[in-house]
Design a protein around this ligand. Sequence first.
Ligand code: ADE
Ligand code: ZN
Length: 324
Amino acid sequence: MRELPKIELHLHHEGAAPPAFIRGLASEKRVDLSRIFREDGSYAYRDFNHFLSVYEAATSVLTGPEEFARLTRAVLEESAAHGVVYSETFLSPDFCGGGDVTAWLEYLAAIREAADEAERDLGITLRGIVTCIRHFGPEQAKTAAVCAAETAGDWIVGFGMAGDEMVGHHRDYIWSFDCAREAGLKITTHAGEWGGAASVREAVDDINPARIGHGVQAIDDLALVDVLAERGIVLEVCPGSNVFLGVYPSLAKHPIQRLRERGVKVTVSTDDPPFFHTTMTREFEALEKTFGWGEEDFAEVTENALAAAFCNDETKDKIRERLT
Ligand code: ADE
Ligand code: ZN
């Protein structure tokens, strides 16, 4: 399973930081982050909101482009070790220069250099999705959108929103999504991880995204599931994350298979792998064990991911070759 070539579309750049990497940076900088680690070295948090604050504390030691370059290398080494040949990660200007365009350009240049090097060494391609953070509010989201628009192109290929889904509404962020879309970026947004089917409906009606991060709670409104299927809105499903955070009590109760059966295009990702003790290999193995997925099922989700990837056709051709 580890060797099977994979595509991952939903991965938070900082959320993929190995805890040892963050601990090492904290000790280099003499910042006391002991409260965010358990004795066994893993990240410690109680629930989703606490997870978000631990995430932000971990991110606080990533203070410059060089740290993000090192992080990029570490993340891509780990992904490549699990067979990932193409990955899109969420990058937040809020964490990369505080929303300042000049600083963002420096962070992005460092990240891209590290990604180019990893592509040469490891055969994994990375593209970026600029992401605003919902609980930082609509005004700060605009600075992220401007950073996204300024750097839209063959490498920054999308714009999205992460963060606390229970804060505000998608309609509060329409300016930012429009700004990014007008710059040619493709759109994805987190919805239906915590906010229920109504939150997915709001995202679809107010933002019209090509993809939805999670989206799994749409299962509670079958008419909405049919809309997702008919419009070809692709779900970036992160089963291990949902089970670890308690959105569903077990993988057996997770709706990924029911969504597929009703015609929704699903893909599989890890979200924030070290936080949820997962990897792409573990996700695939768990789907095989729980739902009996085999070669054809994995081929289908990988084809869905390639079709829904935000990169250009030339990049897709290169990735297709790596899959065969
Ligand atoms: N940021 C990092 N991980 C996230 C998740 N699972 N949901 C929302 N925002 C996030
Ligand atoms: Zn996510």
